[in-house]
Design a protein around this ligand. Structure first.
Ligand code: FAD
Length: 485
C-alpha cells in the first residue's frame, strides 16, 4: 500500500479534482480488456500537463511506488492493469489533434486521441493513416504506439511503427525528451523513437506524437469469399500472395465465428461453410479492377462456393462488419472470452488452423478463430467461463500448447497485442533467456527503481527471499521455477 502521506503528495501534484481513490474509481481502473486478470490500484490520476507527469515520476522514484500508464484500457495482454503499490496514470483525456501539416504529410496528436478520429481527420483532406486495429473506435494512439498495434490493413500498409515519426516522452526519471521529427531521413544517434514503440508503457510516457500520413488510395474493392473447407481458404491466401498481389486486407473467419456474427449482426452470412475470407484491394482504379479479377479467379480455383463483391461503400461496410463484429459476437456466447494472437509465417496458416482445431478438441474447449490471415496473425478465441476453474485450466493448457506450436513453426506468441502480464511466462521460450536478460538490463538502466509499469513483458524482482541471481545459469533456474514476480 502507498502510505497516505505519499498519496496526499500525489494529489497535490495533479490537484484534488484530478485525483481519485474511492473504491468505485479503483475498481473501474483495476482491469483492461484481458480476461482473468485484475488488481486494484492505490489511486487514479488524470494529469493535465507533461510537467505533472514528470513530477509524479520523480516522486515515484523517491517514495518507491509504481506508475501504470493507461489509454482506453482496451489492451488484451494486461498492459494497463495495476501492479503492487501503484497508481494509474490516465492519458485518455489528452485527446487533441494539434496539427495537420499538408506540406510534410504529418499529423501531430496528443496520446489520448482515438485512432479512428485520426482516420477521420486525415481522410477529410484526402490523406490516409492506415493502421486500423479492430478496436480503432475505442483505443488511443498512445496505447497503439505502446503496443505497436496492427490492424486489418497491416498486410499492405504495415503496423503502427511504420507511421511514427516522432515522440515526446516523459522518461521514468521525470526527464522529457523528443525523439524523431519531420525530416524524412534522420540517422543521428541511436534510433530512440523506434525503441519506444512497442515498449508497453515500461520505458516512458508519451505526451505528444508525430505521425506520417500518406495519400488516400483512389479506389478500393471489397470481397467476401466463402469456402467449404478452411484448407481451401488458407490455400487461397497463399495463392494470392504467390501471384504477387498484396491486398490491403485478407481476413479469415471460421465457422464458429461466422455463426456467432450472423446471430449477432444478421448480415446474411452463409452459416454452413467452414471459412470466409474478407479481401480488400485498393489503389488506382485500373489496378484495383485487375487485382480484384485475378483474386476472384484464384478464389474459384480453390473451390470458393460464393463470392460477394461490394458494389459501393455501403456494401463494403456491410461485408467488413462480418469481420469487425467478430470479437463482440464471440464474446456474447461465453461469459469469459480469451482472445489470443499467435502469429506464424504465412505459409503455416493452414497448418496452424488445423493444430488449433486439434488442440481445442484434445483439451475439450471451444475455439472460434478469426484474424489477419494475410499477416499469419490468428486470433484463436476461447469461449469459456471463469466460474468453471477446471475449464479455465483446460483453456490455459490449450493456449500453452498453441503458443509452443507457434514457436515451433517459426512464429511468435503475439503479433500485435503485446506480452504484458498475460504472456510474459512464454517470452523466454520464444526469445531465449539471454534476450530476456538483455531486455531486463535495458529496463534497469532506464528505470533503475522500476517505477514505470514494472513486471510487464518480463518480471523484475525475484519472488523468493535471498540473493538475486548473478549468472546466466542462476537466471535460467529462476525462469524455469517461475521465480520472478
Ligand atoms: C475488440 C478488440 C479488438 C482489438 N483489435 C486489435 C487489433 O486489430 N490490433 C491490435 O493491435 N490490437 C487490437 N486490440 C487490442 C488493443 O485495442 C490495442 O492493444 C490498443 O493499442 C490498446 O490501446 P489502449 O488505448 O486501449 O491502451 P491501454 O490498453 O490502456 O494500454 C495498452 C498499453 O499501452 C500503455 N500506454 C497507454 N497509453 C500510454 C502512453 N500515453 N504512454 C506510454 N504508454 C502508454 C499502457 O501502459 C499499456 O501497457 C483489440 C482489443 C479489443 C478489445
Amino acid at each position: 500500500m502507498i502510505p497516505s502521506i505519499v498519496l496526499e503528495k500525489i494529489s497535490r501534484i495533479v490537484g484534488p479534482t484530478n485525483y481519485f481513490d474511492s473504491a468505485e474509481d479503483k475498481i473501474t481502473y483495476s482491469y483492461d480488456g484481458t480476461p482473468l486478470l485484475s488488481k486494484l490500484p492505490d489511486a487514479v490520476v488524470i494529469p493535465q500537463t507533461r510537467e505533472e507527469i514528470a513530477e509524479i515520476l520523480k516522486l515515484a522514484n523517491q517514495e518507491h511506488f509504481a506508475v501504470v500508464p493507461r489509454g482506453s484500457g482496451s489492451g488484451l495482454s494486461g498492459g494497463s492493469i495495476p501492479v503492487d503499490n501503484s497508481i494509474v496514470l490516465v492519458m485518455s483525456h489528452w485527446n487533441k489533434i494539434l496539427e495537420i501539416d499538408t506540406d510534410n504529410l504529418t499529423i501531430t496528436v496528443e496520446p489520448g486521441v482515438i485512432t479512428s478520429d485520426i482516420h477521420k481527420a486525415a481522410e477529410q483532406i484526402n490523406l490516409f493513416y492506415p493502421p486500423d486495429p479492430g478496436s480503432m473506435t475505442i483505443c488511443t494512439i498512445g496505447g497503439n504506439i505502446a503496443e505497436n498495434a496492427g490492424g486489418l490493413r497491416g498486410l499492405k500498409y504495415g503496423v503502427t511503427k511504420n507511421y511514427v515519426l516522432g515522440l515526446e516522452t516523459v522518461l521514468p526519471n521525470g526527464e522529457i525528451i523528443f525523439s524523431g521529427g519531420k525530416s524524412v531521413k534522420d540517422v543521428a544517434g541511436y534510433n530512440l523513437k523506434d525503441f519506444f514503440v512497442g515498449s508497453e508503457g515500461t520505458l516512458g510516457v508519451f505526451t505528444k506524437i508525430l505521425l506520417k500520413l500518406i495519400p488516400k488510395p483512389a479506389s478500393s474493392q471489397t470481397m467476401l469469399a466463402s469456402f467449404k473447407t478452411r484448407n481451401d481458404a488458407a490455400e487461397t491466401v497463399s495463392a494470392i500472395i504467390a501471384a504477387h498481389i498484396v491486398p490491403a486486407t485478407i481476413e479469415y473467419i471460421d465457422r464458429t465465428t461466422i455463426r456467432c456474427v450472423e446471430e449477432y449482426a444478421h448480415l446474411g452470412l452463409p452459416t454452413t461453410v467452414e471459412a470466409l475470407l474478407l479481401i480488400e484491394v485498393d489503389g488506382h482504379a485500373a489496378v484495383v479492377q485487375e487485382d480484384a479479377s485475378i483474386i476472384a479467379g484464384l478464389c474459384k480455383r480453390h473451390n470458393c462456393v460464393d463470392l460477394s463483391v461490394a458494389r459501393d461503400l455501403d456494401e463494403a461496410y456491410k461485408l467488413k462488419t462480418a469481420r469487425r463484429a467478430a470479437f463482440s459476437a464471440l464474446a456474447r456466447v461465453g461469459p469469459t472470452t480469451i482472445l489470443e494472437d499467435v502469429t506464424v509465417p504465412r505459409s503455416e496458416v493452414g497448418a496452424m488452423l488445423e493444430r488449433i482445431d486439434a488442440i481445442g478438441h484434445r483439451h475439450d474447449v471451444k475455439f472460434g478463430v478469426f484474424g489477419h490471415a494475410g499477416d499469419g496473425n490468428l486470433h484463436p478465441t476461447c469461449l469459456t467461463d471463469e466460474r468453471d476453474p477446471a475449464e479455465i485450466k483446460r483453456a490455459e493448457s490449450a493456449f500453452e500448447e498453441i503458443f509452443n506450436e507457434s514457436i515451433r513453426m517459426g512464429g511468435t506468441i503475439s503479433g500485435e497485442h503485446g506480452t504484458g502480464l498475460a504472456k510474459k511466462k512464454f517470452l523466454p521460450a520464444l526469445a531465449g533467456i539471454p534476450a530476456v536478460e538483455m531486455m531486463r538490463s535495458i529496463k534497469s538502466v532506464i528505470d533503475p527503481n522500476s517505477v514505470l509499469n514494472p513486471g510487464k513483458i518480463f518480471s523484475i524482482q525475484p519472488r523468493c527471499e535471498g540473493n538475486l541471481p548473478t549468472n546466466r545459469e542462476q537466471i535460467r533456474k529462476f525462469e524455469e521455477l517461475g521465480a520472478w514476480t
